[in-house]
Design a protein around this ligand. Structure first.
Ligand SMILES: C[S@@+](CC[C@H](N)C(=O)[O-])C[C@H]1O[C@@H](n2cnc3c(N)ncnc32)[C@H](O)[C@@H]1O
Length: 199
């Protein structure tokens, strides 16, 4: 059986795949960085989206789309998932990665956009109304990239900004968040959230 078919069989049980992804990094590198959120982190994203009453949730770096799908199921918001398909933990080609992710989100109420984070965020208002959006950053984890993405979201007047891997010492996320925004308003697991504007 080829890789895509094997993954598709696993994807029939999305919770198991999400948990496997969040645990894989811990086992391999000790930092939980292989992608995928815990149940608790996913629930926090749904709660932040729902409680703030935003009309759109935008995920930058969707990997296989499981988090986006969970938010679409749990929150009354339009869900846009963005990825340039440059990385995945299974060694799929970029085309295989995209095709698998499109299958995962096909019936899940998620709009999947193939784009680079910086280009997409620079023209965010062409896709959603930033002032009624929550943007979740989980693409590149390099300090320079995360800082640039946060600055673009601030410039676009995004209502709520969040992301993953806050407190993860291997990446530049924590430094970038603190330098541009100060301390987050809330942290759940490694997910952070900051309210930039009131609704
Ligand atoms: C850690 S995974 C995301 C995990 C996902 N948010 C989840 O909850 O399952 C990182 C993803 O970001 C994508 N990515 C990395 N750099 C990117 C960039 N500059 N623009 C768009 N996507 C990017 C990778 O292709 C990968 O799919």
């Amino acid at each position: 059986m080829n890789k895509i078919a094997q993954l598709w069989r696993i994807a029939m049980h999305p919770r198991e795949l999400r948990l496997a992804l969040s645990g894989l990094g811990t086992r391999l590198g000790g930092d939980g960085a292989m992608g995928g959120l815990t149940d608790e982190e996913t629930a926090a994203l749904v709660r932040w989206t729902t409680d703030s009453g935003v009309s759109s949730f935008v995920e930058i770096g969707t990997l296989f789309g499981f988090t986006a799908r969970a938010v679409a199921k749990g929150a009354l918001a339009r869900v846009v998932a963005v990825d340039n398909f440059c990385w995945n933990p299974f060694g799929l080609t970029s085309a295989q990665h995209e095709s698998f992710t499109r299958r995962v989100v096909a019936d899940g109420g998620v709009e999947l956009v193939r784009a680079d984070a910086e280009g997409f965020l620079g023209s965010l208002s062409q896709c959603v109304d930033p002032s009624t959006s929550l943007v979740f950053l989980d693409g590149s984890h390099r300090y320079e990239d995360v800082k640039r993405e946060i600055e673009l979201c601030v410039a676009q007047k995004v209502r709520i900004l969040s992301g993953h891997d806050f407190g993860n010492g291997r990446f530049g996320v924590t430094r970038a968040v603190r330098e541009v925004l100060g301390e987050p308003d809330e942290v759940c697991g490694m997910c952070w959230m900051k309210r930039l504007h009131n609704g």
